[in-house]
Design a protein around this ligand. Structure first.
Ligand code: DAH
Length: 535
C-alpha cells in the first residue's frame, strides 16, 4: 500500500522534490530510505498500474495508527488524493473489500476499525445513558427523569396478576363482588375488568385529562416518578379513566400498579396497587332503575348552594342518585370483603375530578383507616371522553392497605417477598377462604430433600410422614411438601420425594444441626414407616 501511495505521490506531483518531501512526511524516513532511497524499479515504474481503488480504500479505512496520524497531518493533501481516485474509479467504490497488511501482523484497518467501533460503542452507551427503555418503548431522558433502579426493578412484576399472590386474591374477590352484584343483559357482568394496561402514562393522562390544575402539588417533580417531562409512571389508576370511557365503556374496573415517591416503611412503599372503578348512567337509567341506599351521606352534598333553574335541579337530583348509588355499591363491597359487622364512615374531601367527593374509612383496631376515594365524576371529563350527557361515579381503592387488614399482613414490603413461605400461605382453592398470615422468620431457611421407596403393594399415608417429621424436628421445620412421585416400571414400587424447609423463628440454624435432625428423620421413616431410604 505504501508503495502505491508513493507511486501516486511521485506520479501526480510534477515537483518531484516536493513529492519526496510529502512522501517522507507520510510514509516516514525509514520506509523511504528502505524502499525509495534504493533502486526499486518495480515500485518506481509501476505508476501506470496503481490500484487507486485499493489506495483510496486503504487511505480511508485501512491505515496503521502511525500512518493515520501522518495522513491527518497532511489532511490538506487528502482531498487531492481522493479526487484523483474518484477521477480514475468513478464514485462506485466498493467499500467493504477485505483489508490485508503487507507483511504486518496488524490488519491495516485496525486503527480505523477500532476507532469506529469505539465511536459506535460510545454512541450506544450515550444512547443508553440518554434514554430509558421501558416495555419496548424508548424515552429520552431530561431534567425530569427521576426513576431509581429500585423502582425500575418493580416494573412488570404485576403482583396483582400473579396467581395466589394476596393482591391477586383480593382483586379476584373484588371482581367476584362486581360480577355477582351487577349483571347486564343475559346475566353478563356489567363491569369489564382491565388489569394489563401499561403503567407508563403521559402527564396529559395522569393530570390534564382529570382536570388537575397546572399548579397542583400532585404534579411536583418530587411527587411522582417521571421518565421525562412528558411521561411518568402513573400515580393513580384514574389516569386511564378518560381513555376507557372514550372506548365506549360504561362500567369497568381497572387494576394496576401505581407509583408515588414515598418513604419506605411498614405501610408505605413507592409502588402499590389500585383498583379503579367507574360506572356511567344515562338519565333514563338513572331515574328508572338505580338503586340507592337512601340519603346516607348525602348531607355531604352541597345541594342548596348550587340549584336555581329547573334543569339544574334535575341534574342535581341525578347527581344525588349517582352519589347514593356509589355509596351503596362501595359499602356493599366493604361488607362483602370484611363482613357486615365492620364499621364504616364517609368523609367529605376534594378531588379535582369529582364533585362531590368522599373517602370511605373503616374501623380497624379501634382506629379509622381510609380505604378509598370516590365521587361523582366531573361532567367535563365525561364530555371530553365522548360520554355525551351520561353521568356517573368513580372510585380508586388501594389494594395493599385492604389486603394488610384482611389477611393480617404486618408490613407492606412483604408483598414483594420472593420467599415461598409467604406466597404459600395464600395458595387456597377457594378465593373466599379466610386467611390469617403467619409472620415469616427473619432468619434464613435451610432446605433439605428426602426421598424413599415405598415397597410395592404397601400403602403410604402422607399424614404419617408429616406427623413423624413434626415429632422429630418440632419447631425447626417450617414446611414439608411433596415435590416428586415416581413409579418404577419393572418393580412397580413407588418413590416419593419431600422437601423439608428448616427455619427457626428466633435464630439462624446451622447446617450441622439441621443435618443431624434430617438424618434422624431419614432413619425414623425407615424403621417406623417401613420404607427404604434413597439417601
Ligand atoms: N385517584 C385517587 C387517588 O389515587 C382516588 C380516586 C378518587 C379515584 C376519586 C377516583 C375518584 O376514581 O373518583 O387518591
Amino acid at each position: 500500500m505504501r508503495y502505491a501511495l508513493w507511486n501516486y505521490l511521485h506520479r501526480a506531483n510534477s515537483n518531484k522534490q516536493q513529492a519526496r518531501m510529502m512522501a517522507r512526511h507520510w510514509l516516514g524516513n525509514a520506509w523511504m530510505k528502505r524502499n525509495v532511497g534504493i533502486d526499486r524499479p518495480d515500485i518506481m515504474s509501476s505508476s501506470t498500474n496503481i490500484d487507486y481503488r485499493e489506495l483510496r480504500l486503504r487511505m480511508r479505512r485501512g491505515c496503521t495508527p502511525t500512518y493515520m496520524s501522518r495522513v491527518s497531518h497532511c489532511a490538506f493533501f487528502l482531498p487531492r488524493v481522493f479526487s484523483s481516485c474518484r477521477r480514475y474509479l468513478g464514485t462506485r467504490v466498493e467499500e467493504r473489500s477485505p483489508l490485508v497488511v503487507e507483511g504486518g501482523t496488524t490488519s491495516i484497518g485496525d486503527g480505523v476499525k477500532q476507532t469506529r467501533e469505539l465511536k459506535e460503542s460510545i454512541e450506544a452507551q450515550q444512547k443508553h445513558v440518554n434514554t430509558l427503555e421501558l416495555f419496548g418503548q424508548t424515552y429520552v431522558r431530561d431534567e425530569w427523569t427521576n426513576i431509581p433502579t429500585m423502582v425500575m426493578d418493580k416494573l412488570g412484576r404485576n403482583l396483582h396478576n400473579q396467581k395466589h399472590h394476596p393482591l391477586w386474591l383480593l382483586k379476584e374477590r373484588i371482581k367476584d363482588y362486581f360480577y355477582r352484584e351487577f349483571t347486564g343483559r343475559c346475566h353478563k357482568p356489567l363491569f369489564s375488568v382491565h388489569d394489563t394496561i401499561s403503567p407508563v402514562v403521559t402527564t396529559q393522562q395522569n393530570f390534564d385529562s382529570l382536570l388537575v390544575p397546572p399548579d397542583h402539588p400532585s404534579r411536583y417533580h418530587g411527587e411522582s416518578y417521571y421518565l421525562n417531562a412528558k411521561h411518568l409512571l402513573r400515580a393513580h389508576t384514574s389516569a386511564h379513566q378518560r381513555e376507557l370511557v372514550s372506548t365506549g365503556l360504561d362500567a369497568f374496573l381497572l387494576v394496576g400498579d401505581v407509583y408515588r415517591r414515598d418513604t419506605v416503611d411498614r405501610s408505605h412503599f413507592p409502588v402499590f396497587h389500585q383498583v379503579e372503578g367507574l360506572r356511567l348512567f344515562s338519565s333514563e337509567q338513572l331515574f328508572a332503575s338505580v338503586t340507592g341506599s337512601g340519603p346516607a351521606g348525602l348531607d355531604l352534598f352541597e345541594a342548596g348552594t348550587r340549584t336555581t333553574s329547573k334543569q339544574e335541579s334535575h341534574s342535581l337530583e341525578a347527581a344525588h342518585l349517582v352519589a347514593s348509588n356509589l355509596q351503596h355499591t362501595l359499602k356493599g363491597l366493604i361488607h362483602f370483603l370484611f363482613g357486615t359487622s365492620v364499621e364504616t364512615r364517609w368523609v367529605p374531601c376534594t378531588f379535582p375530578f369529582t364533585h362531590p367527593s368522599f373517602e370511605l374509612e373503616i374501623k380497624f383496631n379501634n382506629t379509622w383507616l381510609e380505604v378509598l376515594g370516590c365521587g361523582v365524576t366531573e361532567q367535563k371529563i365525561l364530555h371530553a371522553a365522548g360520554a355525551g350527557d351520561r353521568i356517573g361515579w368513580a372510585f380508586g381503592l388501594g389494594l395493599e392497605r385492604l389486603a394488610m387488614v384482611l389477611f393480617s399482613i404486618p408490613d407492606i414490603r412483604l408483598f414483594w417477598s420472593n420467599d415461598e413461605c409467604f406466597s404459600e400461605q395464600f395458595k387456597v382453592d377457594d378465593i373466599h377462604q379466610s386467611i390469617c398470615f403467619k409472620p415469616l422468620s427473619p432468619y434464613p431457611p435451610l432446605i433439605n430433600d428426602l426421598s424413599f421407596w415405598i415397597p410395592s403393594g404397601e400403602s403410604f399415608d402422607d399424614r404419617d410422614f408429616y406427623e413423624l417429621v413434626r415429632t422429630i424436628a418440632g419447631e425447626l421445620v417450617q414446611e414439608v411438601k411433596l415435590i416428586d412421585k415416581y413409579t418404577q416400571p419393572g418393580s412397580g414400587r413407588h418413590s416419593r420425594c419431600y422437601r423439608l424447609v428448616y427455619r427457626h423463628a428466633e435464630r439462624t440454624l446451622t447446617k450441622g444441626e439441621v443435618d443431624l435432625v434430617h438424618r434422624a428423620i431419614g432413619s425414623a421413616v425407615e424403621t417406623q414407616l417401613g420404607v427404604k431410604g434413597r439417601f
